[in-house]
Design a protein around this ligand. Structure first.
Ligand code: SAH
Ligand code: SF4
Ligand code: F3S
Length: 440
């Protein structure tokens, strides 16, 4: 019996898919790369932007014939998109090939839903409107032996006015510190050297708990674990990034010096309309503080262009912020109205053409800066974790720097995979660095 999982969206979804894989394997299923040969196909969906949704409908639609040829095959659709009535109704009514619909709050129920279908129930919809506390700990099938994701906080309470996540992932729920430390110790005993802590806003960690600890306290505890070589985390919200966090990162060698700090816009007026609760000056102040304490920090960000009411002058403030900060890298998005969010109801929506013009201008500027910033690394020796064969060419390995930059190195020996080694950078583009292995 084989399973195939198709995942869209962010690391939370990637990690949920690892848990879905863990559950399916404990039911006796094995993973297959070929969806046509699978007995069960699971979709883990995202609806952060319209195009994420369109992809899901397209792909589920394309399975109609396969399901007709093999009626025993089970198709299950879960994830963020299923927390909204519209997409659920559409899938149920127009896509009879779908057997199971489940949500983000009850992924642990998937095995029993599969059994219901196997025991004759035709189609099952089980979506919980509200979260019922933390999702129980589940076995997860990791992408490799040496890296792991660890959830520290589920949900989001920030309600940025454009964003659907709080509506589909529930309110903020932190896991107890002891549970996280225990999980990480077990992972390290199992060979993991590199962990990424996950939360929509990791800086809110602990605020909802009775105990008196916060995110920097958690980091300090984890940094003490012997054998844990790298601790990364995402995402930090600029409104809550504390001096204590910067100091904790600066003090500990095994905490990554990468700050992914989504700014969204360079205009304080737009930031207010986005309900981000910080302004341009506060953000620039944070960047200075980070660089004063950690001169080699890698700083990356997210931007949304074409938010309702964004004028040319607001957009120019975004461009000028990019020039001021000189980010290492940025993810840039055209604003996509999401049903049920306040921004989608605003009258002053920007045309698609204008959004894409701004997007292109922003990408051009940032790519040039990323290129220049990366040029400065040429000739330098940096530590990188070798992750595996390069997707493009098996003669090369792909590796990641402390700041999460992709570094391509010659594939010398498979023994290097899963180890941190030193690479000397000899070529650099906007997105990728190329290097040679030094004395390994
Ligand atoms: N929790 C994280 C990010 C979650 S979503 C944070 O607060 O930063 C990842 C990114 O998607 C966001 O940072 C934002 O830039 C983008 N995004 C979210 N909603 C969007 C929308 N409606 N349209 C376009 N981009 C959006
Ligand atoms: Fe969305 Fe804002 Fe929460 Fe991030 S912090 S998930 S952008 S509401
Ligand atoms: Fe998408 Fe859900 Fe993540 S909407 S971005 S998969 S939290």
């Amino acid at each position: 019996m084989n399973y195939h999982i198709i995942t869209y969206g962010c690391q939370m979804n990637e990690h949920d898919s690892e848990k879905i894989a863990g559950m399916l394997e404990s039911m006796g299923y094995q993973e297959t790369d070929d969806h046509a040969g699978a007995d069960i196909i699971v979709f883990n969906t995202c609806l952060i932007r319209k195009n994420a949704e369109l992809k899901v409908f397209g792909k589920v639609g394309s399975l109609k014939q396969l399901k007709e040829d093999n009626p025993e095959m089970i198709i299950a659709v879960g994830g963020c998109m299923m927390q909204q009535k519209g997409p659920v109704d559409e899938l149920y009514q127009k896509y009879p090939q779908v057997d199971i619909i489940f949500g983000t709050h009850n992924i642990h129920k998937l095995p029993s839903l599969i059994n219901q279908v196997k025991h004759g129930e035709e189609r099952v919809i089980d979506v919980w409107e509200e979260d019922k506390g933390l999702i129980p700990d589940l076995p997860s099938k990791r992408r490799n032996k040496f890296q792991a994701w660890v959830t520290i906080i589920q949900g989001c309470d920030n309600y940025c006015s454009y964003c659907i996540v709080p509506h589909v992932r529930g309110s903020e729920r932190s896991r107890p510190l002891e549970d996280i430390v225990d999980e990480v110790k077990k992972l390290v005993a199992d060979g993991v050297i590199d962990i990424t802590l996950l939360g929509q806003n990791v800086n809110s960690y602990g605020l909802d708990l009775d105990d008196d600890y916060d995110f920097p306290d958690l980091l300090s505890e984890l940094a003490k674990i012997n054998g844990l070589e790298k601790i990364k985390y995402m995402t930090s919200h600029p409104k809550d990034l504390s001096d204590k966090l910067i100091k904790t990162v600066a003090r500990n060698d095994n905490i990554s010096k990468h700050f992914h700090l989504p700014v969204q816009s360079g205009s304080s007026r737009i930031l207010k309309a986005m309900n981000r609760k910080y302004d341009r000056e506060h953000y620039l102040g944070l960047i200075n503080k980070i660089r004063d304490n950690i001169p080699d920090a890698v700083i990356t960000t997210d931007f949304i262009v074409g938010f309702p009411g964004e004028t040319e002058s607001d957009f120019e403030k975004t461009l000028s912020l990019v020039e001021k900060v000189r980010f290492d890298m940025a993810y840039t998005f055209a604003y996509s109205p999401r049903e049920g969010t306040p921004a989608a109801k605003k009258a002053d929506q920007i045309s698609s053409e204008e959004k894409h013009r701004r997007l292109q201008a922003l990408m051009d500027k940032q790519n040039q800066i990323s290129y220049e910033v990366n040029q400065e690394l040429i000739g330098k020796e940096i530590d990188v974790l070798v992750e595996g064969e390069s997707k493009k060419d098996p003669d090369y390995f792909s590796a990641r720097s402390d700041g999460n930059k992709l570094v391509i190195i010659p594939a010398k020996t498979k023994k290097l995979i899963g180890n941190i080694i030193t690479a000397k950078i000899n070529e650099a583009g906007s997105w990728t660095l190329y290097g040679d292995i030094v004395n390994n």
